[in-house]
Design a protein around this ligand. Structure first.
Ligand code: HEC
Ligand code: HEC
Length: 207
């Protein structure tokens, strides 16, 4: 006997079309990127979306053709060092230098909330990339002193927080930090840093 509720091909097509419209309404349907964006906190109401917002977060999740915010080729946040029990604080005034595979380089100065970025229209680097950290030379203004370099290469990820999240763990080298520095008092001049899905989790990045 034929049940009247059995899906007919026409009904199946209608359902697929409805689902398609629904998916276009909630996102473009990249499950990895949607989960990444959904896992980030809401915008802090005390700060406008702008150069000081969302410290520690993977900027390009949103600042990309996919995410809809102005397109960046690189973005990240610089922090102090911190013990596992401490929260690192954001550090401004240091220079992140990135070289691309064609030998071109750009400098990004970390701002008052540790953030730095480059718009894709200003530089669209050829991966893989090399990252280096510098500080000003007080004795010779305009000259920089190299503090540390990332010894491996960045193959294709433009968000430093694509890898650098929270405290060091088996899945992350930890936030990009200035060696030899320690956290300072918490200030309300910046939003609190995002340190990963769960900063106390023994292994980060998994859900
Ligand atoms: C969850 C999404 C999201 C993340 C993550 C994010 N942003 Fe944004 N950002 C936005 C949105 C949305 C705007 C507002 C865009 C607009 O006004 O058109 C914005 C605006 C900005 C602006 C001003 C844009 C302009 O054209 O002047 C800057 C600068 C900026 N963000 C930097 C960053 C940096 C640096 C990071 C990473 C540390 C970051 N953002 C992380 C969504 C995000
Ligand atoms: C694909 C993952 C990945 C991305 C993306 C990434 N890094 Fe790294 N980074 C690492 C790893 C792993 C290390 C530790 C090993 C090493 O030095 O290569 C590291 C180390 C570093 C160090 C040296 C840290 C120290 O202990 O002194 C700096 C500085 C650094 N990264 C800066 C950056 C900056 C700036 C960005 C964004 C432009 C970035 N990294 C993006 C994986 C990444």
């Amino acid at each position: 006997m034929m049940s009247s509720t059995r899906a007919t091909p026409a009904r199946g097509l209608k359902l697929a079309l409805q689902l398609g419209v629904l998916m276009m309404a909630v996102g473009c349907g990249d499950p990895y990127r949607d989960r990444l964006i959904d896992g980030l906190p809401e915008e802090d109401p005390n700060f406008q979306p702008g150069e000081l917002h969302r410290p520690g977060q993977p900027c390009l999740a949103c600042h990309s053709a996919y995410g809809g915010a102005p397109d960046f080729s690189l973005g990240g946040t610089l922090f102090s060092g911190a013990k596992p029990t401490e929260t690192p604080t954001m550090l401004g005034g240091y220079t992140l230098r990135v070289y691309d595979s064609e030998g071109q380089s750009r400098d990004m100065l970390s701002n008052a909330c540790g953030n730095f970025h480059i718009r894709r229209k200003d530089w669209d680097p050829a991966f893989p990339l090399r990252a280096e950290l510098y500080q000003d030379n007080p004795a010779q203004p305009g000259k920089l002193i190299q503090l540390t370099i990332m010894s491996t290469r960045i193959a294709r990820e433009g968000s430093c927080a694509g890898c650098h999240i929270g405290h060091p763990s088996p899945l992350s080298p930890g936030v990009v930090e200035v060696p030899g520095t320690t956290p300072s008092a918490v200030s309300d001049a910046c939003p609190p840093p995002w340190l990963g899905p769960d900063p106390r989790a023994p292994v980060q990045g998994l859900k």
